[in-house]
Ligand binder design. Structure first.
Ligand code: SF4
Length: 485
């Protein structure tokens, strides 16, 4: 597909409201935004602040956050990704903001308390450099002219020069580059203008720059994870399980500190602000269900991204059939919402529960059980490791019990030093006994006399999960954003 000048003629006669209608609607399929992870107090003379516990603390029924202004800079695009409503071969209304126009919109919405921050993505206008330049111009204006100190999550356009990536990172709180699909083959089939190299290179540079920036202010090179991970011996983030960072000593550390190889160049244009580089880290997004990859492939890719690129989050976006194409599922194909939900559950198990991708699934069983959450599913397939005695089990093992989360596991470990636990106490500690009781003993006794049998326990757990599964599968499939009008 060649670039045609006429395709990108900006419609100057659109009002800002009309542009917003087009560009906020066009952004709704991007799911890669959630709580900021940045704690920044208000500053004298600046507008807005950002709180670690969630700029995006409001979520729509479908789980998408709604308190950021989620918008595209433009939905003009020279690329032709088959799965995308904004691809150049689609005949859809197009619009583009001017940087200052978008800034004014953000500030007005912020002052009216409609939004708490900005999530800015974009189609590729003319080329990646030009688009990224426009994005950076917008962010710079917001931070300087409008003195906006709130949360900004920006999408980096693969193929843009390093200087612009660097600039975006110093102006935004979070930067993300979408992986789009879990394998290079699928990407070349569905997104002919993109390739893994162009996506992974900026991702790697952003990782290196975040690490170098953190080291320069005396922090650990890797992003903070929840404190729960430090109790886990088997976390995928532990140095021993982390191929890139290792123990961050010697050569590795020197390379990061000096910025050689990995880091982006320092920004030449002074932003006038002393800002850390992407303090809320980077994230990415993968579309699921548009290509035939299994869940195993998806979570292996996820684990690889967490370990090697220190991503803060990997987001999954259930494919919504919008375009007719022989390479895509039929237009009436079901949106794989339950599958998306299972992947998010598995993602939590990787990040906070000490599971590895290859423990959850295997080549013989490459997809999650639709009817059971991945942790229950793993437990019933490993009944040999159960029941677990609550008084003596290790923290890692406690976390593997369905119904026990990091908080309750920590409470168990602390409390049992001083007292013997019973089922009532476990309930008060937050253990979900409805699920946990099949897998535990307390002082040598199970809560009920039940057979430790895979079929029996699976049937009971599936009964409990039925309502939730049905609700996820049948939630409103019309994705809706908060109306700004
Ligand atoms: S680059 Fe691809 S996914 Fe992004 S807006 Fe253009 S066509 Fe859509």
């Amino acid at each position: 597909m060649f670039y045609n000048e006429h395709m990108f003629e900006i419609k100057c006669n659109l009002t800002t409201k009309e542009k917003l209608e087009i560009l906020a609607d066009a952004a709704k399929y991007d799911v890669a935004c959630t709580s900021s992870g940045v704690d920044r107090k208000g500053r004298k003379g600046f507008l807005g602040n950002s709180e670690a516990c969630g700029v995006c603390h409001s979520f729509g029924a479908d789980g998408r956050c709604i308190s950021l202004l989620k918008v595209l800079f433009t939905n003009h695009c020279v690329y032709d990704c088959k799965y995308c409503v904004n691809r150049c071969s689609n005949d859809v209304p197009r619009a583009s903001f001017e940087p200052d126009e978008l800034c004014q919109l953000v500030i007005e919405f912020y002052k009216r308390n409609y939004i708490e921050g900005l999530f800015l993505s974009s189609g590729v206008l003319k080329n990646p450099s030009y688009t990224m330049e426009k994005i950076c111009e917008t962010l710079l204006l917001l931070r300087t002219k409008y003195r906006f100190n709130g949360y900004i999550h920006v999408k980096a356009i693969p193929g843009a020069p390093d200087e612009l990536l660097s600039k975006a990172g110093y102006l935004a709180d979070r930067v993300s580059v979408n992986l789009e699909l879990p394998t290079s083959d699928s990407l070349s089939k569905l997104a002919p203008n993109k390739n893994f190299k162009n996506i992974l290179e900026p991702m790697e540079k952003i990782t290196g720059t975040i690490a170098a920036n953190r080291l320069s202010v005396g922090k650990d090179a890797r992003m903070e994870r929840s404190s729960i991970n430090k109790y886990l011996t088997g976390s995928i983030f532990n140095s021993a399980n982390n191929s890139r960072y290792g123990s961050l000593s010697g050569k590795n550390r020197t390379a990061l500190e000096s910025g050689t190889g990995l880091s982006l160049p320092a920004v030449s244009g002074n932003t006038g602000m002393n800002r850390a580089f992407a303090p809320a880290g980077q994230s990415t997004q993968m579309i699921i269900g548009a290509t035939p990859e299994t869940d195993l492939t998806l979570i292996r890719t996820t684990q690889h991204l967490y370990q090697n690129y220190d991503l803060k989050r990997v987001f999954y976006s259930a494919y919504i059939p919008l375009n007719e194409d022989s390479a895509l599922p039929e237009l009436d194909a079901e949106i794989p919402l339950l599958r998306e939900h299972r992947l998010y559950q598995a993602d939590w198990l990787l990040r906070y529960y000490g599971f590895q991708a290859d423990e959850l699934l295997s080549e013989n069983r490459p997809n999650f059980n639709e009817y059971l959450d991945p942790k229950c599913d793993w437990a019933v397939r490993h009944l040999g490791q159960f029941p677990v005695e609550i008084q003596t089990a290790s923290y890692d093992m406690l976390l593997r019990i369905p119904g026990v989360g990091p908080k309750s596991a920590k409470r168990i470990v602390q409390t049992r030093k001083y007292a013997r636990l019973d089922f009532d106490t476990l309930k008060k500690m937050g253990v979900v006994l409805k699920r946990a009781h099949y897998f535990i003993t307390c002082n040598g006794k199970m809560m009920y006399k039940i057979p430790i049998n895979e079929n029996y326990i699976t049937a009971c757990l599936m009964g409990d999960n039925q309502k939730e599964n049905w609700e996820i599968k049948h939630q409103n499939q019309q994705y809706q954003q908060l109306s700004l009008f």
